[in-house]
Design a protein around this ligand. Structure first.
Ligand code: SF4
Length: 380
């Protein structure tokens, strides 16, 4: 079953580390919602398949009004066949999840929140320039649970200068105590053109310490494993059977539509990239013109995507699939290139499957790029 990703490109404040596409100018939200609905209609025949997952990401989707959600859901249900047990997720910031808003979501088919907690410490949230405070980080989760939303995931960040190992332990323990079935945790990275990159360049704050990140990553894996979380992808942990459908489909190469500025979609053979500019996106879509670039994926691109996404998961890389989908020359190339990583124990082999070892997960990008191939590597 295919998926729909909808990017809501608005935020109350710009977090200092963030390079996602968003605007803090909120005055064209109504036009944006209309443009998104138009794009949903224009793309309704892209897949024959029914929809198994809808994901509102951003930006901050929880900023949208009740009317806006009503309009988008009406458009989806009128134009697509949505499976009755679809996963429907809203990314929400803790400060948006008061009792009234959570009750409002009950009237829509939303069955999952992804809450951008990042840290339970006030000083960290101030340092990140988040819009919420520490008490909202915790109370939003409890309120959602009290209103019957059991299927919750939260985001946490590790590896930044303010986060001592003691605080990281406390953040993880808090997440475990809150009894949530899913958690995503990301190492802080310094992205160009962010406020954080600027502050580091000016010497106003220390750079990210890779060693600290690696230690905190390994500590997290160990702690969450003891708390019965399965690390089904490098940054994603779930209690039994609580894997995110949206994320899993993405890693498994299942087609999805990308709706909204900067969103991208995938259909197995191409990627479609929407323009990352709110006014131009709105202008085009209000005239019923798509604002996307389509990149046809060569066989080498498809192979490299498979390696890049699937290697990060607990399902690993499947040699039989590689041979069947990409042919004998790709299989030969793969076997040659995995040897050094099997030897240095970054990769583990189990019959025809290859997984990252616990330590290998620290080097996932390096391992993946060693396995990539070019079109000339395919024999005719
Ligand atoms: S709320 Fe999310 S998308 Fe918005 S600035 Fe912060 S990290 Fe970026």
């Amino acid at each position: 079953m295919a998926g729909i990703y909808i990017h809501i490109p608005f935020c109350k404040k710009a977090c200092h580390y963030c390079d996602f596409h968003f605007s803090t100018t909120l005055n064209n939200m109504d036009e944006m919602v209309q443009a998104i609905c138009n794009e949903l209609i224009l793309k309704k025949n892209r897949f024959n398949d029914s929809i198994g997952s809808i994901y509102f990401g951003g930006g901050t989707p929880s900023l949208l009004s009740e009317t806006a959600f009503g309009k988008i859901f009406n458009t989806i249900f009128k134009n697509y066949t949505v499976n009755s047990n679809s996963e429907i997720t809203i990314e929400a910031n803790p400060d948006d999840l008061d009792n009234q808003r959570i009750t409002m979501f009950r009237q829509f088919p939303v069955n999952r929140f992804s809450i951008g907690v990042q840290s339970f410490f006030e000083e960290d949230l101030i340092w990140m320039n988040r819009a919420h405070n520490a008490s909202e980080a915790e109370s939003s989760i409890k309120r959602a649970q009290d209103k019957g939303f059991e299927n919750l995931t939260i985001d946490l960040i590790y590896g930044y200068p303010l986060l001592s190992d003691k605080k990281w332990r406390s953040n993880l323990n808090k997440a475990i105590e809150l009894n949530i079935p899913h958690l995503s945790a990301y190492a802080m990275t310094v992205e160009a053109k962010t406020a954080m990159a600027h502050a580091i360049k000016l010497g106003k704050q220390p750079n990210i310490d890779d060693e600290q990140s690696a230690q905190q990553f390994l500590f997290m894996v160990n702690t969450l494993q003891k708390a019965n979380f399965e690390q089904y992808e490098i940054s994603n942990f779930a209690k039994e059977g609580k894997y995110a459908v949206h994320n899993t489909n993405y890693w498994k190469g299942i087609p999805f539509l990308g709706i909204g500025p900067s969103a991208h979609g995938y259909d197995g053979k191409s990627r479609q990239y929407n323009i990352s500019n709110n006014p131009i996106y709105i202008k085009n879509l209000l005239q019923n013109k798509l604002a996307e670039t389509i990149e046809i994926l060569s066989l080498a691109d498809q192979f490299n995507e498979y390696i890049m996404t699937q290697l990060r998961t607990m399902w690993g890389l499947d040699l039989l699939y590689i041979e069947q989908k990409f042919g004998l020359s790709a299989k030969k190339h793969f076997i040659n290139n995995i040897q050094k990583h099997l030897k240095n124990e970054n990769l583990v082999q189990e019959n025809n499957n290859f997984y990252l070892s616990a330590n290998g997960k620290l080097y996932a990008d390096r391992v993946a790029s060693d396995l990539f191939l070019e079109m000339e590597d395919f024999e005719n």
